[in-house]
Each structure stands twice: as structure tokens, then as C-alpha cells.
Design a protein around this ligand. Structure first.
Ligand code: PLP
Length: 427
């Protein structure tokens, strides 16, 4: 077996492997389609008898190179890119759930994911039970039903900053015969690799740290290749029984440990079409090349900003898993000893109104609907990303009404702190 390279080298070198005379840098294959010499060659592709490119909605060489890099970073058996993180999450669930099925999800998740699950997927007949991921094993197990097909968590929740006890969640999910799907957007594989702790499927919003420069929307699904679908064949007929749309082919028989990923590409992407543009994949790849340099700086800056905020009399509370005394400090140390990410939340004494005022006075730090960017930015979830949620749902998602989400960038940390200080003094 090939010796596994280190993460830094994978960031730079994995994916595109040029042969003699080919471009050193990943080329953008800006082509919807691919040429063949005979009709039969093309027919074999449509029947999945041969592998190759034929239409960019299903597969594109630029996208596949970038997906291969993400798979290598996560130590998965394969990955696919999607047009957004939302598409990745939807596909990851829909790939193994039909109308009438059920999923157990942590309640502390991204607002967009909550809406997708509780509103849109519910309309498709897929039901979700939201659980407090910090509850006892017994309590969480009560949420599972005979028709439960997956468990979903975020490794670090957005914006609650809850660090999930992934080993425990994997044990619960596997005890119930279902895979654990993990949204690993916030720590990225630089700081946390869920497959090493029992996760089965990983999703990413590559829009965030992976791109890192706020230039292109994207998502990814990574298959860990370890979940034994055939051992629970009756639960996952889509993978273990013939697919009529491919002349009765059975994914687990034909594709072994990449059955899940292959189905997501050849069936869901074929039919739903949320493909990433090759141009965006090219930009994402440039972002990935420096991910290993940026993540430690995000964490270093965030740690200093969190400690600074904690020292200020105007601040009511600071929630950053890197702070000693934080509820998730020990879990963060266990799973992410190199750091968590650059995102934190805090509230001002004076509550919701003062929090909004504070944000309006910031100069360097921008108010944007974004997070995990090279540039420091803030958002007030109760007024922005989570405004559809009731107060009850906000609390369940770990979002206090006065909560400010601060995404610390990679500028000089003294300038970030100076901007916070001038705003605090002006309110
Ligand atoms: C942003 C985000 C998403 C959604 O990703 P998009 O690329 O915006 O569609 C999903 N999960 C988490 C944790 C996110 O931060």
C-alpha cells in the first residue's frame, strides 16, 4: 500500500496528477460533454459498464480531481462535489431515505439545514426527530424508530459551537443499524477527521473554510466506505436491491465499498443535477492548497480574540470551545487538539439591542451572511440566518437572542481586537 501523505502535502498535491506534457496546474475542463468514437462506447457509459466522462452534470474531470483531494484529506474512499453545502446535505440523506423514512438529527445544527429537514424534506415524506446531542445514550436512543435510516450531526455546530462527542454518536447510530452522517464544515479535515472516530458519511459546505476566500459556493459528500449496507439490507433497498433505471444493477454488488457514493453520483446527480461548476471547483482547489496554513491562523487569532472578549466588562458571555471552562473544552481537546476553528459566539451585557448597535459600529469587521472567511465578519443569527425560527426553536438550536456570531479571519489579530475595542467604547 502507498504510504499515506501528510495533510499539508495532500492539500497541495492530491487530486490532479499530470502526466508527461500535461498542465502542472489543475485545468478547468469547461466542457459540458465528452467525445467518443463509437456508439457502443457511449452506450457502455450509460449502462455503467465502463467508467468515463460523458456529461458534466454527472461527472467532470476538474470536479473529480478536487473531490479526490477532499476524499484524501478526510481519508474516505471517494467524494463528489455539489453546487452548495445544502445540496450535499440533501443528497447525503436522500440517497438512503425514501418517503416514509425517518432520520434522527442533532438539534444544534445550521439554520439552513434545520429548514431543509424540518420543512422541505418533511414535505417529501421524510420525518426528522431532533435530539439534544448532549443527552444520555438512553435518551438519544429513544428517538430511533424501526424506519430510522440515518443519524445526522455537525462536528462543531453553526452557530451554537457545540462540539459533538462523535465516538459516542457513532456507537449509538451503529447500535441502531444506521450510518452516522457528519457535517464537518467548521473544523475541516485539518482539525478533525470524523472517519477516524466512526463516522460513515461526511458532508461539507466547501463555501466556508475550504474555499476560504468567499469566492465560490460549493459542497461535498465523502464516503468513508466502511458502513455495511448489506448487513442491514432491508433498511437500505436503494443500495441493496436492483436499480431499474440502470437495468437492474445493484449498487452494493457492483461497487462494493463505494456503493453509497456511486449511487449519489449516477442516480441523484443524474436526476437532480446540483452539479458544481468546473470554474468553482478550480477556485475551490486553490483554496484547498492553503487550508493547512489558514486553519491554524484562524484558531490562533480566535483564541486571542476570545480571551480578549472575556476580559472586557461589557461582554456578558463568550462561547468558544478553545476557552478553558467552556462546556465543550474537554471534547474539543480530545477530538481537535490542534484547534477547532475561527468561529465563536458572544453576547453583550445589555442584550439584543446593544448587540446590534455594537455590530453597526464595527469598521474592519463586516456584517455579512457568511462565516469561515479569510476576512473577519459578524452576523446576528436571530435577525439574519435563523430569523424563521421561533424562540423555542432558537433555544433548541443553541442560539440566544443576543448572540453575535464572530468569524475571526486571518488578518493581524491586533487590528481585529482594535476594531472590537473601538466599537465597545463607542456604544
Ligand atoms: C453554510 C453551511 C451549510 C450550507 O452550505 P451552503 O454552501 O451555504 O449551501 C451547511 N452546514 C454548515 C455547518 C454551514 O456552515
Amino acid at each position: 500500500m502507498e504510504k499515506k501523505q501528510n495533510l499539508e502535502t495532500i492539500c497541495i498535491q492530491a487530486g490532479w496528477q499530470p502526466k508527461k506534457g500535461e498542465p502542472r496546474v489543475l485545468p478547468i475542463c469547461q466542457s459540458t460533454t465528452f467525445k467518443y468514437d463509437t456508439s457502443e462506447q457511449m452506450a457502455d457509459l450509460f449502462d455503467l459498464k465502463a467508467s468515463g466522462y460523458f456529461y458534466t452534470r454527472l461527472q467532470n474531470p476538474t470536479n473529480d480531481s478536487v473531490a479526490a483531494k477532499i476524499a484524501a484529506l478526510e481519508c474516505g474512499v471517494g467524494a463528489m462535489l455539489t453546487s452548495s453545502g445544502q445540496a450535499a446535505t440533501f443528497y447525503a440523506i436522500f440517497n438512503i431515505c425514501n418517503a416514509g423514512d425517518h432520520v434522527v438529527s442533532a438539534s444544534a445544527i445550521y439554520g439552513g439545514t434545520f429548514n431543509l429537514f424540518a420543512v422541505t424534506m418533511k414535505k417529501l415524506g421524510i420525518d426528522f426527530t431532533f435530539v439534544n446531542q448532549d443527552a444520555s445514550d438512553e435518551e438519544i436512543r429513544k428517538a430511533f424508530k424501526p424506519n430510522t435510516k440515518a443519524m445526522f450531526v455537525e462536528s462543531i455546530s453553526n452557530p451554537g459551537m457545540n462540539v459533538v462527542d462523535i465516538e459516542r454518536m457513532a456507537a449509538i447510530a451503529h447500535g441502531e443499524g444506521v450510518p452516522l452522517i457528519v457535517d464537518n464544515t467548521f473544523p475541516t479535515p485539518i482539525n478533525f477527521r470524523p472517519f477516524e472516530w466512526g463516522a460513515d458519511i461526511i458532508v461539507h459546505s466547501t463555501t466556508k473554510y475550504m474555499d476560504g476566500h468567499a469566492v465560490s459556493l460549493g459542497g461535498a459528500i465523502v464516503d468513508g466506505g466502511k458502513f455495511d449496507w448489506d448487513a442491514h439490507a432491508d433498511k437500505f433497498p436503494g443500495l441493496t436491491q436492483p436499480d431499474e433505471s440502470y437495468h437492474g444493477l445493484t449498487y452494493t454488488q457492483s461497487f462494493g465499498n463505494t456503493a453509497y457514493l456511486t449511487k449519489a453520483v449516477v442516480q441523484l446527480m443524474r436526476d437532480l443535477g446540483s452539479a458544481q461548476s468546473p470554474q468553482n471547483a478550480f477556485l475551490l482547489n486553490i483554496g484547498l492548497e492553503t487550508l493547512h496554513l489558514r486553519m491554524p491562523r484562524h484558531c490562533e487569532n480566535a483564541q486571542k480574540v476570545a480571551e480578549y472578549l472575556l476580559s472586557r466588562p461589557e461582554i456578558a458571555w463568550v462561547n468558544y470551545p478553545g476557552l478553558k471552562g467552556n462546556k465543550y473544552y474537554d471534547l474539543a481537546q480530545k477530538y481537535m487538539p490542534g484547534g477547532t476553528c475561527g468561529v465563536m459566539t458572544f453576547g453583550l451585557k445589555g442584550g439584543r439591542d446593544l448587540s446590534v448597535k455594537f455590530m453597526d459600529q464595527l469598521q474592519l469587521i463586516a456584517i455579512v451572511t457568511h462565516v469561515a472567511d479569510a476576512r473577519t465578519c459578524v452576523l446576528h443569527p436571530a435577525s439574519h440566518t435563523h430569523r424563521q425560527l421561533s424562540d423555542e426553536q432558537l433555544t433548541a438550536a443553541g442560539v440566544a437572542p443576543d448572540l453575535i456570531r464572530l468569524s475571526v479571519g486571518i488578518e493581524n489579530v491586533n487590528d481585529i481586537i482594535a476594531d472590537i475595542e473601538q466599537s465597545l467604547k463607542s456604544i
